[in-house]
Design a protein around this ligand. Structure first.
Ligand code: ASP
Length: 311
């Protein structure tokens, strides 16, 4: 018997209140999530690695304009798009991350190339772009990333000092990062996360998403985690690694550890958002302390679920 395998994805957490989104929009989000879930799961079913599955699922979400990553990335204060992404292999602890990149259709592919084709783990800004050019990445022009909805989001706060997270009805609380975690047929784990960050961000702001151990982490000893939420607080709480530590050092189960971090520790320091996690038995947990989180999961035990709101 092969070992259980599973995949979970998210498209961001936030003030997602039932009834406040049009039925058409809700269907569009669910369809996009399902596509990413199915594409990633198909790879796992065909005995591909967890790294392949999370990279694929995140790339599909990056190609959708609905999520704040890749094509749907939000506008910076300068009217540009700056993207961050990270990927980690739980078997080897190899990791790759990029930050403050632009013009790259799939930032997660570049993060994976940093992991597999460089001697480094984290490349940022112009250096990351040089690395991409050395690998002959095509650079998309600004029109590829243009989205009217994102543009209007930016117009509302352009010129002010405030910056804004993505996704939700209430403007103050919107997170639209995407992520995936997987356990493959070999029992190996991986996590991937990708984001456009926050609307109107300035000063080379980097959130939690590309930082290994904070927005993204995988370790076969414990779990694989991808986060979404108010990045500054996730950084203060060292969130993804904290889940892993509670399992490794305190013996908590994955769902106990993830719930403790999201519902207590993060909330206590003022952070909001959620995470998805998977362990080597294929178990999945997806806690969030916001009203909703775009999410989906599929396991070899035959479960498949796509959800937006709190259940
Ligand atoms: N965590 C992301 C950031 O702070 C935002 C998000 O989850 O949408 O950049």
């Amino acid at each position: 018997m092969t070992q259980p395998f599973s995949l979970a994805i998210h498209g961001g957490a936030g003030t997602l209140v039932r009834g406040q989104m049009t039925p058409e929009k809700e269907i569009a989000y669910k369809k996009a999530l399902e596509l990413a879930l199915d594409e990633g799961y198909k790879l796992l079913k065909d005995a591909a690695s967890a790294v392949d599955a999370v990279a694929k699922a995140v790339a599909v979400l990056e190609d959708s304009p609905l999520f704040n990553a890749g094509k749907g990335s939000v506008f910076t204060a300068d009217g540009t798009h700056e993207m961050d992404a990270a990927i980690m292999n739980g078997k080897t602890l190899d990791a790759g991350a990029v930050s403050l990149i632009h013009g790259i259709k799939n930032p997660i592919a570049l993060a994976r190339d940093v992991m597999e084709k460089s001697d480094h783990i984290f490349l940022a800004g112009e250096g990351a772009m040089q690395f991409a050019r050395s690998l002959k990445y095509n650079l998309e022009d600004a029109s590829y990333f243009y989205d009217e909805f994102r543009y209007q989001q930016w117009q509302e706060i352009k010129g002010s000092d405030s910056f804004q997270l993505d996704h939700s009805v209430k403007k103050e609380s919107k997170f639209g990062t995407v992520g995936a975690v997987a356990c493959d047929q070999q029992g190996n784990l991986a996590a991937a996360t990708s984001t456009g960050g926050m609307t109107n961000k300035r000063f080379g702001r980097i959130g939690d998403s590309p930082i290994i151990g904070i927005g993204n982490y995988a370790n076969n000893k414990t779990c694989a985690v991808s986060c979404t939420g108010s990045g500054e607080y996730f950084i203060k709480g060292v969130v993804a690694y904290d889940v892993s530590c509670l399992m490794e050092y305190k013996g908590l189960s994955m769902s106990e550890a993830a719930s403790e971090v999201i519902q207590n520790r993060l909330l206590n320091i003022g952070g909001d958002g959620g995470l998805i996690a998977v362990d080597i038995y294929g178990n999945i947990t997806m806690p969030f302390n916001t009203e909703g989180m775009y999410r989906g999961s599929r396991t070899s035990f035959g479960e498949k679920k796509i959800s937006i709101y709190g259940d």
